[in-house]
Ligand binder design. Sequence first.
Ligand SMILES: Nc1nc2c(c(=O)[nH]1)N[C@H]1C(S)=C(S)[C@@H](COP(=O)(O)O)O[C@H]1N2
Ligand SMILES: [Mo]
Length: 199
Amino acid sequence: MNVISRGFSGRRRPGGDRLPPGQYLESGFPVLSAGPTPPVRTSDWEFTITTEAGQARRWNWQEFTSLPAEQITTDIHCVTKWSKLGTHWRGVCLDTLLDGIATDAGYVMARCYGGYSTNLPLPDLRGGRAWVAYEYEGQPLPPEHGGPARLLVPHLYFWKSAKWVTGLELMDRDRHGFWEELGYHDYGDPWREQRYQGD
Ligand SMILES: Nc1nc2c(c(=O)[nH]1)N[C@H]1C(S)=C(S)[C@@H](COP(=O)(O)O)O[C@H]1N2
Ligand SMILES: [Mo]
């Protein structure tokens, strides 16, 4: 009996098949920011999507938080090798935000209060895989974790989940964001360990 149950469960590492290669399980929630936390008041907050043709769609905080929102439960994976399983968020799906926006762009630059940026393929923001999140574990998103609102793209390494996000620039051609310019991968798939350019 013992031998059989050990065979099935005793040798599995924590996290099991939900932990991408090279990652370890983190129970806290580390803060990783390239600079200071920018003070962003919801009364001043704006979120803008700009198309490659220069058309802009803009929401203030009240408009944004009136949009249909979703509860999200997801694992997150930081390139510094910590992963956190089963985190809970609330936010607006990018499908909702992109709905009705005419674009043929292939790429997106996420822009943030404080100057950070990161690039992603536009298709990765569609299909119920990306959100602008404003609650974490049932509370308003704390400033150090990107509050009032951050991008949440959990199928890519967490540096793509831009904190203090204020806009998405839709682009015909790919360009490098902050970490990508410094050598991090353009796409950043944790399951393929795409940490650095060339991985
Ligand atoms: N605006 C902004 N967004 C950012 C960062 C940053 O420095 N500035 N760091 C990125 C990195 S490298 C990671 S791992 C996650 C960390 O999010 P957390 O601090 O909430 O854990 O945010 C990402 N988004
Ligand atoms: Mo990171």
